[in-house]
Design a protein around this ligand. Structure first.
Ligand code: ZN
Length: 422
């Protein structure tokens, strides 16, 4: 019934920001993100939801069935990386909307209201940090700081949101629980013939913004002994970050240098400054801590070797930790009852659920990603797997709305993206 409707909607939505390689490009608050948000808001309004936008551009679709009761929030993100797949985030937002519509109609005695959410800037590709909208909503990041963040062209989040009409004044809501479904972005489900992953743990991650400072000089004329080449220092750092991995057991540490800006980036000038982003993740906090200490020692050595200064200017982190056991059990029951193979999963990637789980009972589900490919136009999840995920998400949401998740019954948490106080 609603299932063919879901696939039609998903195809329609995937046209916004579509790329020739079959993916999408909808970086946060870009024109394509704005078009997708507009389409989604119209879908919500057309299906009986009250649509609201908050100060950091999160879009909410509210369905109030129990006047004054707290909300079960369900969603993900519509923004994407550059040249990305069409499933990451967007699948979860649309599945949330369909699940919410069905759940509201099928619970005879609801305990909670339902709200769908599109979190602003989950990806963090245009504006750092990632998971921005949910970080502001949960109080992990101040709204004024987030709005003042600039992209590489110098445009602020506030300006970019205003350009797409993306800022509102929604005051927030009382949240009893949060649910999210996402593509796995790994190979475990596919390799084990599993349709539904119930996320039990998350990896811990540190993202370090690093500035390497040298001195601008002539690439030919400056004597080698006098040079303070920021790019040479950055190159040594890139190698050091990659080699950190070899000091631990396989799959205990993931590292990358993902972004670099070089000044003046001139053919005849030694770089005076390089700004780079270092991404370090591990399933175990003590391994990540050891890796960061080792990296700091290497940074000291590179300072001397390349005669540059290296400063870690900002660290964004999220910690490893378990998801709510009661939620894991409930989700596994629903996958089982619907006849879908399921298993406990760990997430390496950060998700808005990673922020939400720190403040409210949270359930995160995965569906398979073919070959584990993600942040790439070739990212793919089959129609059958998308529909299986929608079915389980709907069942889980229905039970939570009916009050069957005990943890959601303790007092709800008032959450809000606040109002910028100038
Ligand atoms: Zn995502």
């Amino acid at each position: 019934m609603t299932q063919s409707g879901f696939l039609d909607d998903f195809r329609q939505m995937s046209a916004f920001g579509a790329t020739p390689g079959g993916g999408v490009e909808r970086q946060a608050a870009s024109a394509a993100d704005g078009e997708t948000r507009g389409w989604f808001s119209a879908w919500l309004a057309g299906n009986g939801f009250r649509v609201e936008t908050d100060a950091i551009g999160n879009i909410f679709g509210l369905m109030e069935v129990v006047p004054g009761a707290p909300y079960v929030l369900v969603g993900s993100h519509l923004d994407s990386q550059p040249l990305a797949g069409r499933f990451d985030g967007a699948y979860g937002v649309l599945a949330a909307a369909h699940a919410a519509r069905t759940a509201v109609g099928s619970v005879s005695q609801p305990r909670f209201n339902v709200a769908v959410v599109d979190w602003f800037n989950e990806e963090g590709s245009r504006f750092k940090p990632s998971m921005m909208g949910s970080a502001v909503f949960t109080g992990l990041l101040g709204v004024a700081d987030a709005l003042a963040t600039t992209d590489p062209a110098g445009t602020t989040v506030a300006q970019a949101l205003d350009d797409i009409g993306g800022r509102g004044a929604f005051a927030g809501l009382d949240v009893a629980a949060y649910l999210e479904i996402h593509v796995e972005q790994g190979r475990e489900l596919e390799e084990t013939g599993t349709t539904i992953g119930v996320v039990a743990t998350t990896w811990t991650a540190h993202k370090l913004e690093i500035v390497v400072s040298g001195e601008q000089s002539h690439t030919g004329a400056a004597p080698m002994a006098d040079r303070k080449d920021a790019l040479y220092g950055a190159a040594e750092l890139i190698v050091a970050v990659r080699r950190l991995v070899d000091e631990f057991e396989p799959e205990q540490l993931h590292t990358a240098v993902s972004e670099m800006y070089l000044d003046p980036n001139s053919p005849v000038a030694i770089a005076r400054e390089v700004r780079m982003l270092v991404d370090v993740r591990s399933p175990a906090t003590h391994i990540l801590d050891t890796a960061i200490e080792t990296l700091k020692t290497r940074i000291d050595e590179i300072r001397r070797l390349a005669r540059v200064d290296i400063e870690i200017v900002r660290v964004t982190e999220w910690s490893s930790g378990p998801f709510l056991e009661e939620g894991i059990v409930l989700a596994a029951e629903e996958a089982e009852r619907r006849g879908h193979p399921h298993r406990r999963s760990a997430t390496v990637a950060g998700h808005d659920a990673t922020n939400m789980k720190e403040v409210v009972p949270t359930i995160l589900l995965f569906v398979p990603s073919v070959d584990g490919i993600s942040h790439n136009e070739r990212e793919f999840t089959s129609d059958d797997d998308m529909l299986a995920g929608l079915e389980v998400l709907t069942s889980v949401l229905t039970r939570v709305v009916a009050g069957e998740l005990e943890a959601a019954s303790s007092s709800a948490v008032a959450l809000s993206s606040g109002v910028e106080l100038g």
